[in-house]
Ligand binder design. Structure first.
Ligand SMILES: Nc1ncnc2c1ncn2[C@@H]1O[C@H](COP(=O)(O)OP(=O)(O)O)[C@@H](O)[C@H]1O
Ligand SMILES: [Mg+2]
Length: 259
């Protein structure tokens, strides 16, 4: 990778849904070991950007260059295999599965497609299953959920369910983690905890993160660089200090408050 390029480079990305342009000409760079935020009011197109980056939808135009390769148009499991993991704005977990099994599902594609496993037969399956369990437990420990591993996911408080989702995303050992409003539905104490927790993960794991947030405080505390979206367009970008003083950004947010 030449200098100036990032782990991820997004070029002129656009997405329309019928008459609505959800994302218009979005450009972004995420370098190795950087925490990048995308903020903006509801309907600004933030989730759509994540959906495009993770292959949930195809884009209408543009490029998503991950490690030098354009991944726009690939399926989400293919992008996942290349090292991009995500969480969802509305938690998507198997509520009637226990915490450990939920994290184990992160390895299911490996189970299905593992050539080695196919060759070694049933004995190999057992070894494989044990290795998967060990890895899943490792990630549960990392997010502080080890002691909850046998509990039903649906019975956990919301803040802990968010962590199950995180553990599952991390279990694939991504190079890029996409978080869609991880603070949604959390109370102020849980939000503070989450900020510290994301910081700790980031420091320990040395990955890159794109963090989408509706709330300013979370991205302001965590991110190195922030993109501000409004009606599908980027209306500002910069460091948290620059964003805080940007009159265009202030106006967009004040406008929202008055509504
Ligand atoms: N699957 C979809 N079908 C139709 N319209 C959609 C779809 N997803 C998002 N949109 C529209 O795209 C715009 C941006 O939505 P979204 O990306 O969810 O914004 P945000 O996450 O910033 O709140 C909204 O007008 C929304 O209604
Ligand atoms: Mg959203």
């Amino acid at each position: 990778m030449s200098e100036g390029q990032g782990l991820l480079e997004v070029k002129s990305l656009s997405k329309r849904f019928g008459g609505v342009t959800a994302v218009e000409d979005f450009n972004a760079v995420v370098r190795d070991n950087h925490l990048v935020g995308i903020i903006g009011p509801n309907g600004a197109g933030k989730t759509t950007i994540l959906n495009l980056l993770s292959g949930v939808y195809p884009c209408n135009s543009g490029e998503v260059v991950f490690e030098g390769r354009n991944v726009a148009g690939l399926k989400s499991y293919e992008i996942g295999r290349l090292g991009v993991a995500r969480t969802f704005q509305n938690i998507r977990l198997f509520e009637d599965m226990n915490v450990l099994d939920n994290v184990r599902t992160a390895y299911s594609w490996r189970a299905r497609y593992g050539l080695l496993q196919a060759m070694v037969g049933w004995k190999g399956v057992n070894i494989f299953e044990r290795a998967v369990e060990e890895k899943a437990l490792h990630w549960l420990d990392k997010v502080g959920l080890y002691k909850h591993r046998h509990e039903y996911t649906g019975s956990l408080p919301y803040g802990l369910q968010r962590r199950v989702e995180l553990a599952r995303a991390l279990a694939g050992e991504p190079k890029l983690l996409l978080l869609d409003e991880p603070a949604a539905g959390l109370n102020p104490a849980e939000v503070r905890e989450l900020i510290e927790f994301i910081q700790k993960l980031f420091d320990e794991l040395g990955l890159s993160i794109i963090l989408i947030e509706h709330r300013m405080e979370v991205v302001m505390r965590l991110c190195h660089w922030i993109y501000v979206q409004d009606f599908g367009r980027t209306i500002g970008q910069g460091t948290p200090e620059q964003i805080r003083k940007d009159p265009v950004v202030i106006k967009a947010y004040l406008g929202e408050e008055f509504e």
